[in-house]
Design a binder for this molecule. Structure first.
Ligand SMILES: *Cc1c(COP(=O)(O)O)cnc(C)c1O
Length: 404
């Protein structure tokens, strides 16, 4: 058993890491903006906090919440998802080797190629949907296998248990990016992951108003202690207000994510039947190559989907400015639905096809979102059929003008 708490995730989301403020009894925690904490006569800080980069009540409470939601032992929060990923790579030593899924968030690949390559950390990018490809890339120096499932924005699915078995057989750790899955739909530690990473900016924050990242560990070992040191000495920590906002968001995470996931499935089914759509990338559709794996390791398929258009790049670039409910903006996971031409956002090194559009599904009504996509895709909405008498005459409301 890796799960350190048997309570249900809805209960943990509301209660884990939370107690009324001992100083005042306030049910909601205060935001501790202080950067420093008073010492006693011996020079010690009796409540455990000294300087906010090293530790802060809001960050500590948030880390407790996140560790329990993932069923892990401990968590380290960072100022962004990229800062969390960078901390993991920094915890490795030069000449070590990383095997990483080619379908990961483009920023993670950029970190390895542009920043960490200069520090002699080698990375091999593989098609991680194929366990044989992961196994073939392993070397004696491989310290880490990094997968992201579902991946952003191609929604590819990696079999976590098989990736974990390969990593462990070679003495390496498995990192799972769970930003799209969230602990509500997928608990990577149950399948053998050693570390779970999130951009908390996305579903965990959920309101497009707080940037953050987290690394959750299954055991507090030497590697995690090194990561903690990088967090507090490197200093890429989130502000107390960011921690407070994020912890507030977590309470509604299970409700939000399940609703977003159910709506995404409806939107995916609608798009799959649309004549202008070439392909829908969503693991909840049985035709998706990762469908069976996703079904095994997830309890829902998530709130992000992508699709490609038959007419190509120009049509895909034009679509986001035609929607009325979907906002044309980057990012995912918020309560408002978003639409984006992903290749334009990622730039020349993108793996997203030029005819691909990514959707992040919010909490609007599914019918309204589908109607919005239908109109944006140029379908003239069908008028409501007019009520008729059994004899076939149109029913008119008395006094209404009789227009032709
Ligand atoms: C957004 C995102 C990131 C980067 O997170 P930031 O908080 O923007 O630094 C990493 N991975 C995935 C899957 C993402 O969607």
């Amino acid at each position: 058993m890796t799960n350190h708490d048997s309570r249900h995730i809805e209960t943990l989301a509301v209660h884990a890491g939370r107690t009324p403020d001992p100083a005042t009894g306030a049910v909601m925690p205060p935001i501790h903006l202080a950067t420093n904490y008073e010492r006693d006569a011996t020079g010690a800080c009796p409540r455990g906090f000294e300087y906010t980069r090293e530790g802060n009540p809001n960050r500590q409470a948030l880390e407790t919440s996140l560790a329990r939601l993932e069923g892990g032992a401990a968590a380290a929060c960072f100022a962004s998802g990229n800062a969390a990923a960078a901390a993991i790579f920094q915890a490795l030593t030069p000449a070590q080797h990383v095997v990483i899924a080619q379908d990961t968030y483009y920023g993670t690949a950029v970190l390895l190629k542009d920043i960490f390559a200069a520090w002699a950390l080698e990375a091999t990018f593989v098609d991680a949907t194929d366990p044989e490809a992961i196994a073939a890339a392993m070397r004696p120096q491989t310290a880490l296998v990094w997968v992201e499932t579902p991946s952003n924005p191609l929604l590819s699915i990696v079999d976590i248990a098989r990736a974990a078995a390969i990593a462990h057989a070679h003495g390496a750790r498995l990192v799972v990016e769970n930003t799209l899955g969230t602990p509500v739909l997928q608990q990577p530690f149950e399948f053998g992951a050693d570390l779970v990473v999130h951009s908390t900016t996305k579903f965990l924050g959920g309101h497009s108003d707080v940037l953050g990242g987290v690394v959750v560990t299954n055991v507090v070992d030497e590697f995690f202690q090194r990561l903690r040191r990088i967090q507090v000495i490197g200093g890429a920590v989130p502000s107390p207000f960011d921690c407070w906002l994020l912890q507030r968001s977590l309470k509604t995470l299970p409700c939000r994510v399940r609703a977003q996931s159910e709506t995404a499935l409806k939107v995916a089914r609608f798009l799959a039947t649309h004549k202008r759509v070439e392909r829908v990338l969503y693991p909840g559709l049985p035709e998706h190559p990762g469908y069976l794996t996703a079904k095994r390791q997830m309890s829902g398929f998530g709130g992000v989907l992508s699709f490609t258009l038959k007419e190509g790049a120009a049509a895909a670039k034009a679509l986001p400015s035609r929607t009325r409910i979907f906002t044309h903006a980057t990012s995912i996971g918020g309560v408002e639905s978003l639409i984006e031409h992903r290749a334009s956002a990622e730039g020349p090194d993108t793996r997203a096809p030029q005819n691909l559009v990514r959707l992040s599904i919010g909490l609007e009504h599914p019918d309204d979102l589908i109607a919005d996509l239908a109109q944006a895709l140029g379908e003239v909405p069908q008028p409501e059929p007019k009520p008729v008498f059994p004899g076939g005459r149109l029913l008119r409301t008395p006094g209404m003008p009789q227009s032709g």
